[in-house]
Design a protein around this ligand. Sequence first.
Ligand SMILES: C[S@@+](CC[C@H](N)C(=O)[O-])C[C@H]1O[C@@H](n2cnc3c(N)ncnc32)[C@H](O)[C@@H]1O
Length: 204
Amino acid sequence: MGSSRSHWEDVYTAKAETAVSWYQRHAVQSLQMIAAAAADRTVPVIDIGGGASTLVDDLLAEGYGDITVLDVAEAALAKSKARLGAAASKVSWIVADITQWKPPRHYRVWHDRAVFHFLTDTPRQDAYIAALEAATEPGATAIMATFALDGPEKCSGLPVQRYSPQTLAARLGRSFRLIDEARETHKTPGGSDQHFSYSVLRRL
Ligand SMILES: C[S@@+](CC[C@H](N)C(=O)[O-])C[C@H]1O[C@@H](n2cnc3c(N)ncnc32)[C@H](O)[C@@H]1O
């Protein structure tokens, strides 16, 4: 199961954060899309399944003042906290399964790179979408990156559901409108190419 806490705890315990297939030195595409969505850097931004990504480092460096990182694996967040040192105290950290999480507040920007695509069954996808809707108000932006339709069929040894921006928007439903998109060829630390699809969706 894609959300199995033990799977993800094991991954982050066994591997260096720079050795996992999804590692990026900088989440450049994500940063660009977040900057376009949040000119005001005081707005709340949440990274869903942020893992040990350096996105949080770069958001702090760019002056974002209200950052939350959520992940099912405590070991992943521990890596980011250790990397950030004292700056980690400026970030809200949440250990939770997104399909069971009840958002306590609203966020202006929701970011997810390579998390929703692990949800291959309808009930868990619906639970994720319910959390996304509960965490956002009209005008908020969801930035979601999944494997593209021509991307890999598995990630971290788990099956994934691949999307185009259009199929993702259709799956999210009428509360969201696709406003921007991009494709990215991610080079894994092992040297493989993976096609990602990025979608920017406005909450209606
Ligand atoms: C492929 S990694 C991507 C990590 C990060 N977004 C990045 O781009 O580097 C998927 C991440 O989602 C987390 N994850 C998987 N299922 C989850 C769930 N149901 N709820 C919250 N986090 C989850 C994993 O622990 C892992 O950190």
